[in-house]
Design a protein around this ligand. Structure first.
Ligand code: SAM
Length: 448
């Protein structure tokens, strides 16, 4: 077929897609902010994870793409986090592949993906709660550097009773649900503040107010049960459940996006939200997960998880995008002329604080490697939906949306559309000298 004709056809499809997406906000310019219209319930209520996307928004974007590209069967998210895109894909009966470097994200996605044996789960929860009620551990079941700093002794003993009772549960699918409820419990019973994702010790008064881990765990587990039940009901209602399992084939892998990991299949649609900068100065997903992961049997998440990822509290963050500042000058040279917006931003920051360039360059370099790996996994003409935030460095805005667009264009992808939305309540890193918070994000739509 004539190449020009193919191109024109693609452009027509893009134009229809743009019209369909624009139609949502015709009556209400702030439509995509989802203020007061978004709820994290059913599978989306199973974990509190930093910088989660709005489920309804991702769902509506999938619908818009499907309306112009009805042959979509597989969705890919290389930075899957808590699995917002996965939950919305499952709601539509789509197959899904998700990757993340953080084992806690993998656990959350595995629980969301099922199986959803609600009746059996109900019985297992009763047994587990009775076992925990009866057990009074007088030995601490786990050990790691800083345990006495981050947990009161009585909390360590209560968490140990829960930990040992979960280990005694024979079914792995049930243990995973219990570990996830325990991870939420660890976050609320540790001595680190809940107002920040970074590990930051609470005041003495706040520590005195920490409640019983057993009581909090019970509450969390019962809430998880309700969410799993609702998730199952939603899938049944949508006709996407068969014998307590979602009809979607779901695969979740603990993978570093910047390293090559070739899949056997080509995906039809990419929906993702990468980090907006290096973890240490934007969102510390690793520090957020460090304490919960110490109380989880990692082999239940994945036999291959390298335990060194928990050897110190910054280990996950250092392996994440932009975590290594090594050879930053080389990285800068390799990025030059790939994105004019990046070049301009580097020049501006150089004038104010040259040291901060290393962080920006290392992050964009890793992001670019991840983009290359991600687009290699897509079929021709596959759409990509990237939710992105423009952070500030040295009080200068880093236009990640423009940088991403230019990097993707330099790899042969086509720009389709961009939505800008205000974030009503997304919790971001607190202001510090290097980065500052933001109240807007962009949704960049491109085509491979
Ligand atoms: C913005 S969050 C994704 C949140 C997700 N969209 C949600 O709704 O929960 C970005 C994710 O990228 C992950 N990440 C950071 N560096 C990574 C890397 N090198 N490889 C894979 N995942 C990485 C983080 O662990 C985090 O879960």
């Amino acid at each position: 077929m004539n190449q020009a004709l193919v191109r024109r056809e693609d452009l027509n499809v893009d134009n229809t897609l743009i019209q369909n997406i624009a139609a949502y906000s015709l009556q209400d310019a702030s439509y995509w902010s989802f203020k007061g219209r978004s709820k994290r319930n059913h599978c989306h209520g199973l974990i509190q994870y930093p910088a989660m996307m709005v489920p309804e928004m991702q769902g509506e974007l999938i619908d818009a793409i499907q309306s112009v590209d009805p042959n979509i069967t597989t969705v890919f998210d290389p930075f899957v986090g808590s699995g917002t895109t996965m939950g919305e894909s499952m709601m539509r009966g789509l197959d899904f592949v998700g990757h993340d470097i953080n084992p806690l994200a993998i656990l959350a996605c595995e629980v969301k993906s099922g199986p959803l044996y609600v009746k059996k789960l109900n019985d297992k929860i009763s047994d587990l709660l009775s076992a925990i009620e009866l057990s009074n551990s007088n030995e601490v079941a786990v050990n790691f550097k800083g345990i006495d700093k981050w947990f009161l002794k009585e909390i360590q003993l209560e968490l140990s009773s829960i930990y040992l009772a979960i280990k005694a549960e024979p079914s792995k699918w049930a243990r995973k649900i219990f570990w996830l409820a325990l991870s939420n419990t660890v976050r609320s019973t540790c001595n680190s503040r809940s107002s920040t994702y970074k590990l930051h010790i609470k005041s003495e008064e706040q520590i005195e107010k920490i409640g019983s881990a057993k009581v909090i765990f019970k509450k969390n587990l019962l809430k998880s049960f309700e969410n799993i039940k609702a998730h199952k009901e939603m899938l049944t209602k949508n006709g996407h459940l068969k014998r307590s399992k979602s009809v979607s084939k779901v695969s979740i892998k603990n993978v570093d996006a910047k390293l090559r990991k070739k899949s056997k299949q080509k995906f039809d649609l990419l929906i993702s939200s990468p980090p907006y900068g290096d973890n240490s100065t934007t969102v510390t997903y690793g520090q957020f997960s460090y304490l919960p992961l110490q109380w989880i049997d990692l082999s239940d998440i994945n036999e291959k998880i390298d335990p060194s990822i928990l050897s110190y509290q910054n280990a996950i963050d250092s392996s994440s995008l932009g975590g290594s500042l090594k050879e930053s000058e080389d990285k800068r040279l390799k990025l030059i002329n790939r994105s004019s917006s990046l070049d301009i931003c580097i020049e501006k920051i150089l004038k104010v604080n040259p040291e901060n360039i290393k962080k920006l360059v290392s992050f964009v370099y890793d992001l670019d490697l991840s983009l290359k790996n991600a687009i290699d996994e897509l079929r021709d003409n596959a759409y990509m939906i990237w939710t992105l935030g423009n952070r500030r460095i040295s009080d200068i805005e880093v236009p990640l949306d423009k940088i991403m667009r230019e990097l993707l264009e330099s790899r042969g992808c086509t720009y389709v559309y961009e939505i800008e939305r205000t974030i009503p309540s997304k919790r971001m890193a607190s202001r510090n000298q290097i980065a500052s918070t933001m109240g807007k994000e962009s949704v960049l739509i491109m085509r491979r």
